[in-house]
Write a protein that binds this ligand. Structure first.
Ligand code: NAI
Length: 283
């Protein structure tokens, strides 16, 4: 694989373009919002410079890697010669279905179409295309340049060749891919989101304050960060969207999103990306 196109330049998309470019691929980042593209480029630069300061890459590599990242606002042009497309637009099923129909028309017939979805069925996304064997989940973790795991999700029709190609690429990018099957939330969010949701219930019911909840889970369970801080990092809107999918698709009330989470999202308190979630953040 030589050319990857990443659709959506938000929290995840910029990190995916970053690791692909660092791995030697040409990476085109597509976003409907030109300002998001500018922010993404600035974030990639900042993160590469941090890697250089830590001695993880040479200082001279910062510009070389950035030189492999380009931006675009039109999906059709940007995928015309892609070997791989990784979609990282918001966690809304209809948005992803429409996008995959477009990708299927515009990308070369041999290209693999991957989704970074946290919870939406890969099988259902693939069914919107004429190439379900070449559709797969490639679920990177946040922050992408730092986190080792890529959860690779096989839809019902995903071929062995597609799975192998994506596992090989993930390893070449320095990641550890783990293959899982297509169920709502896969493994990562099936386990993580109920914990985050329960932490929000604890807050809503007055069991403890924000810092107390996070400290209990950090010091008591040896988690690197508390569940409310992690929710802020992920984005509270993204957490709510994932819980909605788990609740609807698995049909079990244990996945019912906490009303306080809904309230924060309604208020626009989405976590780090808006400067305020359960914690507050400097601009
Ligand atoms: P985000 O909201 O930070 O970024 C989404 C970007 O997509 C925005 O810049 C938006 O302008 C752009 N966009 C919207 N519609 C578009 C379209 N039709 N074409 C091109 N660009 C479009 O979202 P985030 O957090 O990066 O999430 C993206 C995906 O990654 C979601 O499916 C999410 O569930 C998944 N994910 C998120 C993680 C997280 O920690 N935030 C972790 C792992 C997966």
């Amino acid at each position: 694989m030589k050319r990857v196109t990443v659709i959506g330049g938000g929290t995840m998309g910029n990190g995916i373009a970053h690791v692909c470019a660092q791995g030697g691929l040409d990476a085109t980042l597509v976003d409907v919002d030109p300002a998001a593209l500018e922010r993404a480029r600035a974030t990639i630069r900042k993160n590469l410079e941090r890697q250089a300061r830590k001695g993880l890459i040479d200082e001279g590599e910062v510009e070389t890697i950035l030189g492999r990242v380009s931006g675009a606002t039109s999906v059709a042009d940007a995928v015309a010669d892609a070997d791989l497309v990784v979609e990282a637009v918001p966690e809304k099923a209809e948005l992803k279905y429409d996008l995959f129909r477009t990708l299927d028309e515009a990308a070369p017939a041999g290209a693999i179409l991957a989704s970074n979805t946290s919870s939406i069925s890969i099988t259902e996304i693939a069914a919107r295309t004429g190439r379900p064997g070449r559709v797969i989940g490639m679920h990177f973790m946040n922050p992408v340049p730092v986190m080792k795991l890529v959860e690779v999700i096989r839809g019902l029709a995903t071929s062995d060749d597609t799975t192998e190609a994506v596992m090989t690429l993930a390893r070449a990018l320095g990641k550890t891919p783990v293959e899982v099957n297509d169920f709502p939330g896969f493994v990562s969010n099936r386990v993580l989101m109920p914990m985050i949701n329960e932490a929000v219930f604890c807050l809503m019911e007055g069991v403890a304050e924000v810092d107390a909840i996070d400290t209990v889970m950090k010091l008591g369970m040896n988690h690197p960060m508390g569940p409310l801080a992690l929710a802020d990092l992920i984005g509270l809107d993204t957490c709510l969207n994932i819980l909605e999918v788990l609740h609807r698709e698995l049909g079990d009330d244990r996945y019912r999103p906490c009303p306080l989470l809904r309230k924060y999202v309604a208020a626009g308190w989405l976590g780090r990306k808006t400067g305020r979630g359960f914690h507050t953040y400097d601009a």
